[in-house]
Design a protein around this ligand. Structure first.
Ligand SMILES: [Zn+2]
Length: 221
């Protein structure tokens, strides 16, 4: 049972289309696993729709209307334009990587898609073109403790398989946890199964403790 959910501000950003592409991917993936947050987002969307339909409209000339529609066509033709309102399905698979994340990460059972990051951790970088957030899949070997680290900005972790425990509690499939700038933790994957997560981070982590501080230059900090 999911016990850790995105806060209301994140769900509202998603419902209104204001969320960035990495955050939309994160929230949409949580929604695929979480009926209660799907209901909340549906309510937010209904409220937004009612608000728009109740707004008064101004009459505009035929010329202005066609110019506006033409400029929208041009905007949508721009190659760099991407849709940040990633949708989700409610036909959740019983196991594995749910839509829409599976469209982004490929076949996670194929070991060639993973990159070793040291300390019993593997990564699949996602959405590498995004300049504000790092977004990646993370696999922590079952029973392995990640080195203690803190965060240079907010970091959101969504568990997709297996489970982990840290100072804030125990997190399993569908649970989403937010760590804020300056908070420190040391996750440990439950024994017997790798813990696979989707992570969105505003800034890279830095290792803490005497050994961690020594190793930081080797992981690019
Ligand atoms: Zn939820």
């Amino acid at each position: 049972m999911i016990t850790h959910h995105p806060n209301d501000a994140l769900l509202l950003d998603y419902a209104s289309g204001a969320a960035s592409e990495p955050m939309s991917l994160l929230i949409a993936t949580h929604l695929a696993l979480c009926p209660s947050c799907r209901r909340k987002v549906a309510d937010y969307e209904a409220i937004g729709g009612a608000f728009v339909s109740n707004c008064g409209s101004e009459k505009i000339s035929r010329e202005l209307k066609s110019e506006t529609l033409a400029s929208l066509d041009d905007f949508l033709d721009v190659e760099t334009c991407h849709d940040t309102s990633i949708g989700t399905r409610s036909d959740e698979p019983k196991a594995g990587i749910p839509q829409p994340l599976s469209d982004y990460c490929g076949e996670v059972d194929n070991k060639d898609v993973w990159q070793w990051a040291g300390f019993g951790i593997k990564k699949i970088p996602l959405l590498e073109i995004h300049d504000k957030f790092e977004c990646y899949m993370l696999a922590i070997r079952g029973g392995k403790k990640v080195p203690s680290h803190d965060h240079g900005g907010s970091e959101w972790t969504l568990v997709l398989d297996g489970a982990f425990t840290d100072e804030a509690g125990h997190f399993s499939r569908g649970d989403m946890v937010e760590m804020r700038e300056g908070e420190e933790h040391q996750p440990m994957a439950d024994a017997g199964k790798d813990c696979i997560c989707l992570v969105v981070a505003e800034a890279p982590v830095s290792l803490t403790g005497s050994v961690g501080r020594f190793l930081n230059p080797f992981i690019g900090n």
